[in-house]
Design a protein around this ligand. Structure first.
Ligand code: HEC
Ligand code: HEC
Length: 200
């Protein structure tokens, strides 16, 4: 008795399911993913083209910062400026403070002329010395910053952090909206004033 009931239940469910399916429209495989081309061949599938800004330095429009104190992206063409080598860094020829203002280029900020690394050495007994002080545990040493007269070596390779942008549409669209705690921080940085925020 029970078994017939269950069988009947299955049968009804299957009937409803089949009816539901025939009422629905079919969904093509191509419409499921970001890629709208045939999934079984690469012949018609090409990636988004990388198209860097062609505007020369001095003619480009600045790109808004992605978030507070994000490294600004390079708004101009970098053709002929790369690679940066030990003897040739064209970026500094326009962006060094003192020159940059006259070029209408954003000057390299103070944070790039600061050494955030403590002087570290080993004492004779093997203990670690940071900025002249013996530290038991290196994590006890919180922060340090020393103004430099020259660009910090850690900032020499600008394109490590600042990159030119490809302007062609990419899928999916990026709808990220940064939050800025005070006005104007979407177009300038103030990292050097806040570098110890949340640490001390
Ligand atoms: C010939 C001078 C010149 C050179 C060389 C140059 N820049 Fe620029 N840069 C500018 C100017 C001027 C601007 C302002 C936008 C404009 O007018 O095109 C700018 C804008 C920028 C910005 C955006 C700044 C902001 O506030 O948003 C960044 C980042 C940047 N440059 C980085 C670089 C890097 C990295 C290099 C080396 C690969 C470089 N620049 C080489 C002149 C130059
Ligand atoms: C290790 C990553 C890194 C490197 C390398 C680096 N930058 Fe930056 N840069 C940043 C960040 C992060 C900011 C934003 C926060 C700040 O001011 O430090 C910034 C900010 C800037 C700004 C905007 C300053 C302002 O007042 O808004 C300029 C211009 C700039 N950098 C130029 C350069 C140039 C030119 C080089 C190479 C000589 C370089 N940077 C190397 C990370 C870097």
């Amino acid at each position: 008795m029970k078994i017939t009931n269950i069988a009947l239940g299955f049968f009804t469910a299957a009937a409803i399911f089949t009816a539901g399916c025939t009422a629905n429209q079919t969904v093509s495989e191509e419409s499921l993913g970001l890629r709208k081309t045939n999934l079984y061949t690469e012949d018609t599938t090409v990636g988004d083209k990388t198209v860097y800004n062609q505007k020369a330095a001095g003619e480009s429009k600045l790109i808004e910062r992605a978030f507070e104190n994000a490294p600004p992206m390079i708004s101009h063409s970098v053709e002929g400026m790369l690679p940066i080598t030990i003897n040739n860094n064209m970026c500094t020829s326009c962006h060094t403070p003192g020159i940059a203002e006259a070029m209408n280029a954003t000057p390299i900020p103070k944070s790039h002329f600061t050494d955030f690394r403590p002087d570290t050495s080993l004492a004779k007994d093997g203990s670690i010395v940071k900025n002249g002080k013996m530290v038991e545990n290196t994590s006890d040493f919180k922060t340090t910053s020393k103004s430099l007269d020259a660009l910090s070596g850690t900032r020499f390779n600008c394109t490590l952090c600042h990159a030119p942008q490809s302007m062609e549409t990419v899928a999916p669209a990026n709808n990220f909206q940064g939050d800025f705690r005070s006005e104007g921080l979407n177009s300038r940085s103030n990292l050097i004033d806040n570098i110890n925020e949340g640490v001390k």
